[in-house]
Design a protein around this ligand. Structure first.
Ligand code: 17E
Ligand code: FE2
Length: 411
């Protein structure tokens, strides 16, 4: 199949793309159609590698309001609501909800997902189910699973054993939650356990790190130092790091050095953290977003995640990465022309780096033909006009499509 006049990412000139046998066979300014070849004119449209959701909790999705709503809007009431939901967890329940969420993601052009799954459950019901789903949907979606100890590794009975069991069962990454552990000592020890287990089983690491408006929450310096000292480097990701919003600048200058040296990745979750954060403030109210602009300026890899899809931490959430970018740019003071134009990187290439997708990710000759076509000539317009993801291709096969909305003005 030949796609004509498609602008790849924000390239200045459109190109033709030939897809055959599920791969990008040729990409050039002009390709002649072969006899019998299907041709699609894509003038005025852009192509991106598929969207990458680098941080979501699929196990909790679609549970908002059950058994009750999070009325304070805090992280902690969210955790309490989830605790009250947990007795309802069955494999069928998880399968129904997560299957729906995965299809919402696919409809929005996502083909790669890193999901955190709460493993503070002696039965590991959600983990077991999502491990099965990971295999079942492989042809449509790559799912990476982080074993996430919601209540902590040392502050929950047998937390370390459950983490180890989850990694043995097949989770791809080890998690931790240092700011939620009972003490600072537990916080540091929990990170040591997380790193030890990740190394023992050859897994990645993704930590819920300092997701709190407490300037004294300093899990991050330990994470970065371990990433550096163990040599795990970019296998390590710190998610949220919202306390960094509240750190004093003198401390951040010192911290930035080890962050750079560590080679680790960051994930910000702009919609959810602006919603959950600042809740203990009267006025002014903090934005509680990690320092995306400053980290990016230091050459550190940052991506954006949606965190939640209609659950106790986000009563909205539609599995659309566009909204996450939109919020991130506003809340992070990143609405310069180039910042807007290139912001797709937060949910494509940067996120792919975090997930360790390697060279297989990207629109390049020889790669699997995984890509999306947006109804806009560049990402600036796509973002501003909430452009439809017209088509999502996976190994050359159409797996999702959208008909763009038609608006009529009668004057
Ligand atoms: N759990 C947590 O600790 N933090 C979050 N943002 C979510 C769940 C969604
Ligand atoms: Fe999260």
């Amino acid at each position: 199949m030949l796609f004509q006049n498609l602008t790849i990412e924000n390239a200045t000139e459109p190109v033709d793309i030939r897809v055959s046998d599920g791969t990008f066979a040729a990409i050039a300014p002009k390709l002649e159609p072969q006899s019998g070849e299907e041709v699609m004119d894509c003038t005025g449209k852009m192509a991106l590698p598929p969207f990458v959701e680098s941080h979501v909790h699929l196990d909790t999705c679609m549970t908002a309001g059950i058994p009750r709503w999070n009325m304070s809007g805090t992280l902690f009431e969210g955790i309490q609501c989830w605790e009250e939901y947990k007795p309802r967890l069955t494999k069928q329940d998880v399968r129904d909800r997560v299957s729906r969420a995965i299809r919402m993601q696919a409809a929005n052009g996502i083909q790669y997902v890193r999901t955190h799954v709460d493993i503070n459950d002696p039965k590991l019901t959600a983990l077991e189910t999502i491990l099965e789903l990971r295999e079942e949907v492989r042809d449509f979606m790559d799912i990476q699973i982080v074993a996430f100890p919601q209540y902590g590794i040392l502050s929950y009975p047998k937390g370390a054993e459950l983490l180890e069991e989850a990694l043995k069962m097949g989770a791809d990454a080890a998690g931790a939650i240092p700011h939620f552990e009972f003490t600072r000592e537990y916080s540091v020890d929990s990170l040591n356990i997380c790193f030890r287990l990740a190394q023992k089983y050859g897994k990645l690491i993704d930590i819920h790190c300092d997701e709190i408006d407490d300037e004294a929450s300093r899990g991050l310096e330990t994470v970065a130092t371990r990433a550096y000292e163990t040599g795990m480097r970019d296998m390590v990701t710190a998610s949220h790091t919202t306390a960094m919003h509240s750190y004093n600048n003198a401390y951040v200058i010192r911290l930035m050095r080890i962050l750079r040296m560590s080679g680790m990745n960051f994930v910000a979750n702009p919609c959810v953290n602006i919603h959950l954060g600042g809740r203990t403030d009267t006025y002014p109210k903090r934005r509680s977003l990690t320092r995306v602009k400053e980290l990016t300026a230091e050459g550190i890899n940052v991506s954006f995640g949606s965190d939640d899809i209609f659950d106790p931490w986000n009563p909205l959430g539609n599995a659309n990465m566009r909204d996450v970018v939109f919020m991130g740019l506003y809340a992070g003071h990143m609405l310069g022309y180039d910042e807007i134009m290139n912001s797709c990187k937060f949910v494509t290439t940067n996120a792919a780096r975090t997930l360790h997708l390697g060279d297989a990710y990207g629109i390049r000759e020889g790669n699997d033909a995984n890509f999306v076509i947006l109804d806009a000539p560049n990402y600036y317009d796509a973002l501003n006009n909430n452009a439809a993801v017209l088509r999502s291709y996976r190994r050359g096969k159409l797996i999702a499509s959208t008909k763009p909305m038609e608006k009529t003005v009668l004057f």
